[in-house]
Design a protein around this ligand. Structure first.
Ligand SMILES: Cc1cc2nc3c(=O)[nH]c(=O)nc-3n(C[C@H](O)[C@H](O)[C@H](O)COP(=O)(O)OP(=O)(O)OC[C@H]3O[C@@H](n4cnc5c(N)ncnc54)[C@H](O)[C@@H]3O)c2cc1C
Length: 499
């Protein structure tokens, strides 16, 4: 077993991880652990943009706060929302200083778009619909230029190293399944989403709830796991068997696209005054109802009243991808259906990203600071990664750098040979069917029984491999979701119960 001693270990190199690293004093050594390659992140996939007011105009900030609270059914932490919105401008300007070029008009003015739940245009975007990719490219370049940031690809964090409620780093597996312990004064968890627990998701394949699993096993508080956001408009391929679904950004509706059902009728007027730009929970639930009523598994996004030239320029990635599927935006109907998209809850943190374990922080999609309430407002998650990443960095920068000695004594455990692939598949089927957009008491209890059986089998057959730990994290997190969903009997936000 090998040990690496550092000042800060950050698990994850999405926006939450890299932006935190870049705001920590360069006098401190930072080791960034990355499960696969740097490109595999949800951050990289973000299309629509990042929400935020660049100027401190109280009226505009209040409107962003109200939209965020309303989308979250007012279950949000008001202090965290105030911070998210008021610190947006400075952090977005810092992204620009890191050379992120947001789209501008011919006069150099930043172009803003709108998505579901936003009362005004306040979303910045880049490359039309490649906001995440462009931000991540710029941040990676900045990280490479810093001598204090050491990035380790193909290194999977498997468990926290802790004692007496203090975190001393993480144990990792390298590509050849050797254990490497990173011993650090501070640890930041930023492993992103949980999407692959579900059969269909918009998430990257690395989104397997790893930080939540690790935190859970170490007794760290986790909250609001019942709130799983389903994106209303993932591209629905006829055979429907692909795990990772291509997202058609909400910004397409923001620019004027409609939703129509299989009978070619526009339907959102039956469900919300905001029509296609209602918050995601409302739109996904409406689509679910329409699919049920019309006996089908998809609805359509209608852009036929919009200009093909404009759509190609405004949404180049989506346009190109659909073209490869034989569809032309502005001419053809696009079949869409809701799929798992975002984990609203997660590792409970305060407004400085601190968990209930000393020296352990969490940021981004794996964390829950309360900004999203019961449902996330579109384009607030990239913003969350930067605002709270900066606050974690400020907190760490205040501390004196000191080396930590800890003998982690990790024992290597028995390695059973077991095929974990069918477990993931079975879990996805159960979660889609019983813990999806619409939930019932019986369905949730059935899911609980089935997933508990899978968990007890897994625990009997531990294995020193990435596949084992991913399966364990997914199953344990699925149980956290199910148990929270059973406990919350009322429907609110993206948790919808019919009994
Ligand atoms: C298709 C899509 C479109 C989206 N569009 C938008 C949008 O327009 N605007 C918006 O605000 N939000 C959007 N979101 C949501 C947003 O992109 C994510 O919530 C956000 O990027 C999460 O950032 P993160 O850094 O927390 O996680 P990620 O970006 O997913 O990064 C996670 C990192 O953790 C690493 N990791 C995971 N497990 C381990 C482990 N065990 N050991 C080591 N490393 C590990 C991964 O390798 C990766 O580097 C979108 C999401 C998707 C999927």
């Amino acid at each position: 077993m090998k040990q690496i001693s550092t000042d800060i270990v950050i698990v994850g190199a999405g926006l939450a991880g890299l932006y935190t690293a870049l705001n920590i004093d360069s006098s401190k050594r930072i080791d960034v652990i990355v499960k696969e390659s740097l490109i595999d992140t949800n951050s990289n996939l973000a299309q629509g943009g990042i929400a935020g007011e660049l100027d401190f105009v109280r009226e505009n900030l209040d409107a962003h706060i109200e939209d965020t609270m309303k989308a979250g059914s007012y279950l949000n932490n008001a202090e965290a929302v105030e911070i998210l919105v008021t610190e947006a401008g400075d952090n977005i300007k810092r992204l620009m200083a890191f050379k992120v070029d947001f789209d501008r008009d011919n006069e150099g003015k930043i172009l803003l778009t709108k998505e579901g739940g936003h009362s005004t245009r306040r979303i910045l975007h880049s490359g039309g619909d490649s906001t995440g990719k462009d931000i991540m490219f710029a941040l990676k370049q900045e990280c490479y230029s810093r001598d204090n940031i050491h990035i380790h690809e193909n290194m999977m964090a498997i468990d926290l190293i802790y004692s007496d409620n203090t975190c001393f780093g993480v144990s990792c597996l390298n590509k050849t399944n050797e254990i490497i312990d990173f011993i650090a004064k501070n640890t930041v968890l930023a492993t992103g989403g949980i999407g692959n627990i579900y059969g269909s998701t918009t998430n990257s394949s690395v989104a397997t709830a790893d930080a939540i699993g690790m935190a859970f096993r170490a007794g760290v508080n986790i909250e609001k796991m019942e709130f799983i956001q389903f994106h209303p408009t993932a591209f629905h391929k006829g055979n429907g068997v692909h795990r990772q679904k291509f997202l058609i950004s909400e910004a397409v509706r923001g620019e004027g696209a409609y939703l129509i059902n299989s009978e070619k009728e526009r339907f959102m007027n039956k469900y919300s005054d905001l029509l296609e730009l209602a918050p995601r929970d409302k739109v996904s639930q409406a689509i679910y109802r329409e699919m049920y009523d019309t006996w089908t598994d998809h609805v359509y996004l209608d852009t036929r009243h919009m200009s093909t030239n404009y759509l190609e320029k405004r949404f180049p990635t989506i346009f190109r991808t659909l073209k490869r599927e034989g569809l032309t935006m502005g001419k053809d109907l696009i079949s869409v259906s809701p799929v798992q998209h975002f984990n609203v809850g997660g590792i409970k943190v305060d407004v400085d990203g601190k968990t209930n374990m000393d020296c352990l922080y969490a940021n981004g999609e794996c964390a829950s600071n309360g900004v999203h309430g019961a449902n996330r407002l579109a384009s607030n998650s990239l913003l969350e990664c930067v605002v709270f990443g900066n606050r974690i960095a400020i907190d760490i920068n205040k501390q004196i750098t000191e080396k930590v000695n800890f003998d982690s004594k990790l024992t290597s455990f028995s390695s059973y040979q077991y095929n974990y692939k069918p477990i993931k598949k079975k879990l996805g089927t159960i979660m889609d069917e019983y813990v999806g957009i619409v939930r019932t008491k019986d369905g949730l209890n059935f899911a609980k029984n089935e997933v508990e059986k899978i968990e007890s089998n897994l625990e009997k057959y531990p294995n020193n491999s990435k596949y084992y730990f991913e399966a364990l994290n997914m199953v344990q997190t699925a149980l956290l979701i199910i148990n929270s969903a059973i406990t919350r009997k009322e429907s609110i936000g993206c948790h919808y119960r019919i009994n």
